[in-house]
Design a protein around this ligand. Structure first.
Ligand SMILES: [Zn+2]
Ligand SMILES: [Zn+2]
Length: 156
């Protein structure tokens, strides 16, 4: 029997692709993290989706909504259109992608340009739906050592 292919549609077996990240290996780049998050939606790995969101935003996540959305959708595929590394310290990146899924209402395609930040050697998703609360001159909640206004504030 062949090993299952990765839901992120890389063409590689799950174990050699997003499965390694789901098992705890840090993502080498924002695109790899984004792919592993898509796969986590497909596989219903809610903990992984929470853990790969910026720690300062985790309390604002609705775990039940994530689980419900993951469960009612039939995921049809992922296409990564672009990956931009922005430079600077800490490192930020944008990943542009199209995700397709099917639910009771029919088929959907969602195009998104997601922002990510690297902190403590790991990449994290900056969730635009969860407010990141900090004063503009306060240390950025990503722990990157910059003022908020010079760091993640620009991504909200
Ligand atoms: Zn994958
Ligand atoms: Zn930051």
């Amino acid at each position: 029997m062949n090993a299952p292919s990765c839901p992120c549609t890389s063409g590689d077996p799950l174990d050699l692709c997003c499965g390694r990240l789901h098992a705890g290996q840090p993502a080498g780049c924002a695109e790899a993290l984004m792919r592993s998050r898509y796969s986590a939606y497909v596989l219903g790995l809610v903990d992984y989706l929470v853990e790969t969101t910026l720690p300062a935003q985790r309390d604002g996540l609705d775990r039940e909504a994530i689980a419900a959305w993951s469960a009612v959708s039939t995921w049809l595929g992922l296409e990564v259109e672009g990956h931009e590394l922005l430079g600077g310290k800490p490192e930020h990146a944008f990943v542009t992608f199209v995700a397709r899924w099917h639910d009771e209402q029919g088929e959907h395609a969602h195009r998104e340009r997601s922002a990510f930040v690297q902190s403590g050697g790991r990449w994290y998703f900056l969730d635009p739906s969860v407010p990141l609360r900090a004063g503009r001159n306060d240390p950025c909640p990503c722990s990157g050592g910059q003022k908020f206004k010079k760091c993640c504030a620009g991504f909200f």
